[in-house]
Write a protein that binds this ligand. Structure first.
Ligand SMILES: Nc1ncnc2c1ncn2[C@@H]1O[C@H](COP(=O)(O)OP(=O)(O)O)[C@@H](O)[C@H]1O
Ligand SMILES: [Mg+2]
Length: 304
């Protein structure tokens, strides 16, 4: 069963947040509300402002403007109280490589003033399926294991809210699938999750709702199915062929008011169910519209 949102104060509430770095506005009037009990996917291309948003929520960065609340705690003033209730998995691996797996977890457990450190370490090792590696040095772990350890570290104090910043970036597809099942397990256990990603499939697999982020703001927000229905329609037709032919088909489809985008070596004609006879060639492959179609239409960036 998917977790249902409840109606207490939201886990996260951001209004009009702005964060500038000199001439760069990384977060530019961001509004974002995350009700308790859902996994919200913050989907956007590199540079959209996802990591900066995460850092505003942890109090590691201070907004120039706007209101940020985590549960009932107002940031940045109450960031300590907010941090006590959230688990953070940063995009960049900052594990202590000089000590063992379990020592990394023990240090964090003490930092968060967990009562029973031993139990906390055991519990998070089990969740991350790293119990048999507990005495291993961190620099002996594979990339996937390090990511699982980062996740375990974020869980030592049993937080209600998890912030996952690109949890599988740079991992092989198979390892990525392993992490997805871990994250999905946390979601079904009722944790509230804010997960940033630039991988469409990751958002599609894990997120109850997706907020598409671009140039520092959320430009669309809904369930994946609703985003697809609203922005891409029902069906997309893909056509492969020599560039001249693709250009010709593209021009015809666009003259019919359809949206056409490059899709690797092919073109994708979005909303092809609305095309008049002849606008879509017979040899085009018709498929159901996807979140990838939405992402490319809204951000103008090629999907990864
Ligand atoms: N500490 C910083 N100093 C200067 N520029 C930054 C800093 N952090 C982020 N930026 C810039 O802000 C923008 C958004 O970055 P980021 O939040 O990391 O995006 P994302 O996580 O979506 O890739 C980018 O242009 C990035 O270069
Ligand atoms: Mg980032």
């Amino acid at each position: 069963m998917t977790a249902a949102a409840d109606n207490r104060s939201p886990a996260i509430s951001v209004r009009g947040a702005v964060k500038r770095f000199g001439p760069i506005t990384a977060v530019d009037g961001l509004d974002l509300e995350v009700p308790r009990g859902i996994c919200l996917g913050l989907l956007g291309p590199n540079g959209a402002g996802k990591s900066t948003t995460m850092r505003l929520l942890t109090g590691q960065a201070i907004a120039n403007d706007g209101e940020i609340r985590v549960f009932e705690h107002e940031l940045p003033g109450d960031s300590k109280q907010a941090r006590a209730r959230m688990g953070v998995v940063p995009q960049l691996d900052n594990l202590d490589v000089d000590v063992t797996v379990e020592d990394n977890l023990a240090v964090y457990s003490r930092l968060y003033r967990v009562g029973d450190v031993r139990a906390a370490v055991d519990r998070s090792l089990a969740i991350a399926r790293l119990a048999d590696r507990r005495r291993e040095a961190v620099d002996k772990l594979s990339g996937g294991m390090r990511r699982r350890l980062l996740l375990a570290r974020g869980l030592v104090h049993e937080p209600e809210l998890l912030l996952l910043d690109e949890p599988t970036v740079g991992l092989d597809p198979q390892i990525r699938t392993e992490l997805w099942s871990l994250i999905d397990g946390l979601r079904t256990r009722g944790k509230t999750i804010l997960m940033s990603t630039h991988y469409i499939e990751e958002a599609e697999r894990l997120a109850d709702e997706v907020a598409v982020m671009h140039h520092g703001k959320v430009i669309a927000r809904a369930t994946p199915a609703a985003l697809i229905a609203e922005h891409a329609g029902r069906e997309t037709a893909e056509l492969y062929g020599p560039p001249d032919r693709l250009a010709e088909v593209r021009a015809l489809a666009e003259s019919e008011g359809l949206t056409v985008r490059p899709a690797g070596p092919a073109i994708a004609i979005v909303g092809s169910e609305n095309a008049r006879n002849g606008a879509i060639p017979e040899d085009a492959i018709r498929r159901a519209a996807t979140l990838e179609d939405v992402f490319v239409i809204l951000t103008g960036e090629e999907a990864e």
